[in-house]
Design a protein around this ligand. Sequence first.
Ligand code: PMP
Length: 426
Amino acid sequence: MMTINQDLFERAQRHIPGGVNSPVRAFRSVGGTPCFFERASGARVWDADGREFIDYVGSWGPMIVGHTHPDVVQAVCEAAAKGLSFGAPTAREVEMADLLTTLIPSMDMVRLTSSGTEATMSAIRLARGFTGRSKIIKFEGCYHGHSDSLLVKAGSGALTFGQPSSAGVPPELAAHTLVLDYNQPQQLIDCFKQYGDQIAAVIVEPVVGNMNLIAPLPEFLQTMRDVCTQYGAVLIFDEVMTGFRVALGGAQALYGITPDLSTFGKVIGGGMPVGAFGGRGDIMAHLAPLGAVYQAGTLSGNPVAVAAGLATLKLIQAPGFHQRLGEVTGKFVHGLTDVAAKHGVAFSAQHVGGMFGLYFRNQVPQNYAQVMECDVAAFNRFFHGMLDAGVYFAPSAFEAGFVSAAHGDAEIAATLEKAEQVFANW
Ligand code: PMP
């Protein structure tokens, strides 16, 4: 007999490409039927078949205070009752801008969007408009949303022009994107020597969460800052994932590097569609209506979405919030490493604050090539074993995971117990 999930997935595939509205949800890399979720609370989610899971995806990062936190739900309900959208400014947006620029001192000004993709796409356009240059540098394995200039992978070898990583991206446009290896400062120096006066921006995930988790070598980020300053290129930290998660001030606070522009999403919307980009006042002044770089959005600064974001940002400013989140995530990661070691499984793991990486490989990877050495079949086996036992991880070996403030000792202990069973039958 078909489960409700299977029935829904079959129906979904009739009228939605692949049955999903964002590709990774389709379980293509792990196989099987995606869970159609019905409700969530704290660290837990329930699917259409009534199965309960401890959730380590958290909507891919936004749910940092846990699902359906009463303060956030109340803020959303109150805002919704007063109007779903005006397409005109509201006081809440001013409050949000004041708060974001206070918590992220590198931002003099900020503009809200409705997704992380819009934030990074707009930051790139702004950097190009500001510098009058066309080329950008990104790093292989980093994901910055699905705009044309950023859906680009490395050509053959470092220091080649990028190639589209999606059909439909004109090669002429991809050629403006230079793709380098993450954590290789010398490549940045060499690239700027060759193309420095043509480079508008370097965009980077300061901690990568889109090729599993890769932590930056400190000299990598510092070199990036130095060459951008030297050549007048705009340094963009894409903190859509790391912002307000790895530390209250994001990765830029954690590593002590000041970018020129930053992009945010996920946590600042608390589960509602909010993105943001901001930074140096002299750069942001080039945005319409002040300047010549155009960017806009019918639902930008949406009152209900911003209310969810403000309520979430209020909660995460509680003293010790990020320290506790990091400690719980650390317990989880170390516990899992110990369980795997006990059963002789080739496994390693690490975390940066409340985000983590699990690798079916003996050592924690430092770049894209090393991540690609992970045993995907082993991950898939682990994923399904844990799913069957009631733990929901990202359905791909190449995604970071997320812990929320609603995860405590009980959730971690239960997860490790289930992992023990899975590894015991390895
Ligand atoms: N940048 C980073 C670092 C991301 O992780 C993501 C989404 N996972 C994006 C940009 C795009 O954000 P969105 O999915 O909200 O468009």
